[in-house]
Design a protein around this ligand. Structure first.
Ligand code: 4NP
Length: 165
């Protein structure tokens, strides 16, 4: 179905391995940033995992709690990335690390789809030496908080880049 330009939202899909730690946190942070600017009608935010192990589950308790302490509602129910739909449905597909990048780009059906895949780390401004958002799943609270620091930095950078028009 054709949409008029005014009806179009910028759609952003955040990707990580399990969709229970990093990408649902990025989803919540970006939704928060968009909402606090009054741009909720201009952006569509979602997240998905490469693996299907946690489909239907709420995010990891540790990420829900670390997010809550910063005012984010990290409550997405995990779903698995679906190349047959998601490359069409989203304008930007944001990955957390190089393994994610390789996996998702390898599923792209064409160059247009491949170019939608971008790395969160390319938008860091406060963490110039960080090259990815490391997986905190096997770590401790400090790893979850560091992932959130990076995610906040990257989401600010992405939103700035997308709204510079
Ligand atoms: P995430 O973390 O990719 O940030 O959601 C992980 C969560 C679960 C698993 C791996 C990474 N897992 O193997 O179950």
């Amino acid at each position: 179905m054709m949409k008029t330009k005014a009806e179009e939202k910028v759609s952003i899909l955040f990707i990580c391995l399990g969709n229970i730690c990093r990408s649902p946190a990025a989803h919540a942070v970006m939704q928060h940033l968009v909402d606090e600017r009054g741009w909720g009608n201009l952006y569509l935010i979602d997240s998905a995992g490469i693996g299907g192990w946690h489909v239907g589950q709420l995010p990891d308790k540790r990420m829900r709690e670390c997010g809550r302490q910063r005012g984010y509602n990290v409550n997405h129910h995990a779903r698995q990335f679906d190349a047959s739909r998601d490359f069409d449905c989203f304008d930007k597909i944001v990955v957390m690390d190089e393994e994610n990048y390789r996996n998702i780009t390898s599923q792209a059906p064409n160059e247009t789809a491949r170019k939608k895949v971008i790395r969160m780390a390319d938008f860091f401004t406060q963490h110039p030496s960080a090259t990815c958002v490391p997986d905190p799943y096997y770590g401790g609270t400090e790893d979850f908080n560091f992932a959130l620091d990076l995610i906040e930095d990257g989401c600010e950078g992405i939103l700035k880049a997308l709204s510079n028009h």
